[in-house]
Design a protein around this ligand. Structure first.
Ligand code: ARG
Length: 460
């Protein structure tokens, strides 16, 4: 067979250059090479045990693959678009090196089960990496939360000052989100970790294959139980990209907050200069490029989710070439996620908190009004009445341009004679924080308990 394409014996004319480029995937799928070789070696070993391939053939295949792996690592592997994709490039290289044994490797296999296996093997490894990066980011946030368990900042609803919260508590909110992201990754990995190999093109194969053997060699937890499903399904990739999208949405929200807080209008924090750039025209500018890009890149990952889910929709069973389009969105999702997580942990470690500015902002928004209402309730007033009393007090303080805690006692008592000297304990931001000392509340003591809980979880 001297045709360059493995399957071209059937054709009278070669494909045009444009079609070759259009249908080829080697430019992007060569990054699966390492996992393609892993899969091939396991397949060959299984065929040897099943006495489909001889010991000698398999020894040659192992030798040839070891050489190819070295060529790939050193950048000397000759990749060719004529050979369409990573699978045929490697197989041809093997055959060039070891002859007929290389041509026997594909026995009982198709590129359809091969590619599905490769992606799963690759993604399984990437999920491990992503999970450890999520946990490293959580650890960075925990350090910040611990340092600032007692730091008061305004908590917002509707982006209006609502109630004082601990800055540490605010950071812990993101630790929780990331914890669920990590859970989703772990859960999705279970469904990634199933082996399509052995399904061949779509219907299985006539050779006496032992799929359990291949699965064991490749450390797959389960084996795909239906050959048609195994070669055509990409829901594991969609699921992964959905989990990735949620993770990026969480980081986008945090980024939006960092951007606001860095703005001198807020002045709550600073981030290290290495995450910012200047303006080419405005000499005073320090722009938070990194969080802005994270916010922007979340859209990119969500776009990949949309691409993958649209790709799957309406595909009849079993494999269709459409599925070749799964790779670029998936690869870019992983690359974006890995880079974002790496840079983020470093950026969080470079955050400087400005507690005085946060406290000043708390003092401007009547953040302890609810505390005063609760105080009156504890002294016997029904909540609806206390709500009204406090509203009047806030109105007065606003006119005087004072915080509630700055009003003298006799003034406060003019709104309700239930108010006594001890009211000042609840009117301060610190008093407000300490009063919310229950599971999930913002009291510094609770923040420290949560930090300890998460540290223990991460250690296991
Ligand atoms: N490059 C192809 C892909 O990524 C490999 C499978 C090709 N199979 C086929 N029947 N043409 O999906």
């Amino acid at each position: 067979m001297n045709n360059s394409k493995t399957w071209s014996g059937r054709f009278n004319e070669p494909v045009s250059e444009l079609v070759k480029k259009y249908t080829g995937s080697i430019d992007f799928d060569k990054r699966l090479a390492k996992w393609d070789i892993q899969g091939s070696l396991a397949h060959a070993e299984m065929l040897r045990q099943a006495e489909v391939l001889s010991d000698e053939d398999v020894a040659n295949i192992q030798q040839g693959m070891a050489e190819i792996l070295k060529e790939i690592e050193s950048g000397t592997m000759p990749w060719s678009l004529d050979l369409e994709d990573v699978h045929m490039n490697i197989e041809r290289r093997l055959t060039d090196k070891i002859g007929d044994a290389g041509k026997r490797l594909h026995t009982g296999r198709s590129r359809n089960d091969q590619v599905a296996t490769d992606i799963r093997l690759w993604l399984r490894d990437e999920i491990n990496e992503i999970r450890s990066l999520i946990q490293a980011l959580q650890a960075a946030l925990l350090d910040l939360a611990e340092q600032h368990a007692d730091t008061v900042m305004p908590g917002f609803t509707h982006l209006q000052v609502a109630q004082p919260v601990s800055f540490g508590h605010h950071m812990l909110a993101y630790v929780e989100m990331l914890g669920r992201d990590d859970e989703r990754m772990a859960d999705c990995r279970k469904r990634v970790n199933r082996m399509p190999l052995g399904s061949a093109a779509l219907a299985g194969t006539t050779y006496p294959i032992q799929r359990e053997t291949t699965a064991r060699l490749l450390k797959f937890e389960q084996i795909c139980q239906n050959s048609l499903d195994a070669v055509s399904d990409r829901d594991f990739a969609i699921e992964f990209t959905a989990a990735a999208s949620l993770l990026m949405v969480h980081l986008s929200r945090l980024s939006e907050e960092l951007i606001l807080w860095i703005s001198p209008r807020f002045g709550f924090i600073d981030i290290a200069d290495r995450f910012c750039t200047g303006s080419s025209i405005m000499p005073q500018k320090k722009n938070p490029d990194v969080p802005e890009l994270v916010r922007g890149k979340s859209g990119r990952v969500i776009g990949h989710l949309t691409a993958l889910i649209m790709l799957m929709k309406s595909q009849p069973l079993a494999y269709n070439k459409d599925n070749q389009e799964d790779k670029e969105p998936l690869f870019d999702t992983v690359d974006t996620l890995v880079d974002t997580l790496r840079i983020y942990a470093d950026m969080v470690r470079g955050i400087t908190v400005k507690p005085e500015n946060m406290r000043a902002a708390v003092m401007q928004g009547f953040a302890t009004a609810t505390d005063l209402a609760d105080y009156l309730v504890k002294k016997g007033m029904p909540f609806r009445d206390s709500h009204e009393v406090v509203a009047l007090a806030v109105r007065h303080a606003d006119e005087q341009e004072m915080d509630l805690s700055e009003l003298p006692l006799d003034k406060l008592r003019s709104f309700s004679d239930l108010i006594e000297e001890d009211v000042y304990q609840v009117l301060t931001p610190e008093g407000s924080l300490n009063a919310r000392n229950h599971l999930g509340g913002t009291a510094p003591e609770q923040v420290r308990l949560q930090v300890a809980r998460w540290r223990e979880l991460l250690a296991n």
